[in-house]
Design a protein around this ligand. Structure first.
Ligand code: DGI
Ligand code: FE
Ligand code: FE
Ligand code: FE
Length: 186
C-alpha cells in the first residue's frame, strides 16, 4: 500500500544507501515545489519516493516486464537510464500497489520528460534534477527558476540534458527529443 513509511522502506530495500539518500532529497524538493505550485503534496511524496525504485534492477527484469506489459517494442533497444522510469513505473504499480495514473506517469516521465507533462510530472522531473545534493554549473540558477517559472525550468533541464548527451556521444531517446522540441523556448 501507499503509506509513506512502507514506501520509504520499499525504496531503502531496493537500492544502495547512496541512492536512497538521493530519493529522500528528491522527496523534500518535490514537496517544496508541490507547496509552491499548488499540487497535492502527498502525491508528490509518493512519486518522489518511488521514482528510482527500479534503478538497480537487472536488464533481464526490464526486458521481461517490457514483454509482459507489451510496452513499445523499441524499448528493448535502450538501457537502464531509459528503462528505470518508463518500465520501472510498471514495477512500482505491480510490486508496490501504486495505482494512481498521475503518479505512475510522473515516474514514467522523470528521466526523458514528455511533450505534455502535468504539474506533478514537471515537479518530479525538476526535483530529481535540483535536489539539494546535485552540484553542476547553473544548479543554483535552475533551482531558483523552478520556483519562479516551472515550465521554463523544464525547458532549461531538457536543453542541458540534450547537450550533455550529445557531448558524451550517448544515443538520445526519441522521447527526449520530443520533450526538447515541446519545452525549449521557441
Ligand atoms: O535516475 P537519476 O540518476 O536520479 O536521474 P534520471 O533518471 O533523470 O537520469 C538518469 C540518466 O539518464 C542520466 O545520466 C541521463 C540519462 N538520460 C536522460 N535522457 C536520456 C538519457 N540517456 C539516454 N541514453 N538517452 C536519453 O534520452
Ligand atoms: Fe531516475
Ligand atoms: Fe531526472
Ligand atoms: Fe532520481
Amino acid at each position: 500500500n501507499g503509506s509513506r513509511k512502507s514506501l520509504v522502506e520499499a525504496a531503502q530495500a531496493a537500492m544502495s544507501e547512496y541512492r536512497f539518500q538521493h530519493v529522500l532529497r528528491v522527496e523534500e524538493m518535490a514537496v517544496a515545489l508541490a507547496e509552491k505550485w499548488g499540487v497535492d503534496t502527498e502525491k508528490a511524496s509518493v512519486a518522489a519516493l518511488t521514482h528510482d525504485y527500479a534503478k538497480e534492477r537487472s536488464d533481464a527484469d526490464f526486458l521481461a516486464k517490457i514483454a509482459e506489459k507489451q510496452l513499445d517494442p523499441d524499448l528493448v533497444n535502450w538501457g537502464n537510464n531509459v528503462w528505470h522510469g518508463i518500465v520501472g513505473a510498471e514495477m512500482v504499480k505491480d510490486e508496490l500497489g501504486i495505482e494512481n495514473e498521475d503518479i505512475l506517469t510522473a515516474i514514467r516521465q522523470h528521466t526523458t520528460g514528455a511533450p505534455y507533462m502535468t504539474t506533478l510530472s514537471q515537479i518530479i522531473y525538476m526535483a530529481d534534477y535540483i535536489e539539494s545534493g546535485r552540484d553542476f554549473p547553473g544548479v543554483e540558477e535552475v533551482r531558483t527558476l523552478a520556483f519562479e517559472d516551472l515550465a521554463a525550468s523544464v525547458g532549461w533541464q531538457t536543453g542541458h540534458t540534450l547537450a550533455y548527451l550529445i557531448e558524451k556521444q550517448v544515443p538520445v531517446y526519441p522521447g527526449t527529443l520530443l520533450t526538447y522540441n515541446a519545452w525549449s523556448v521557441k
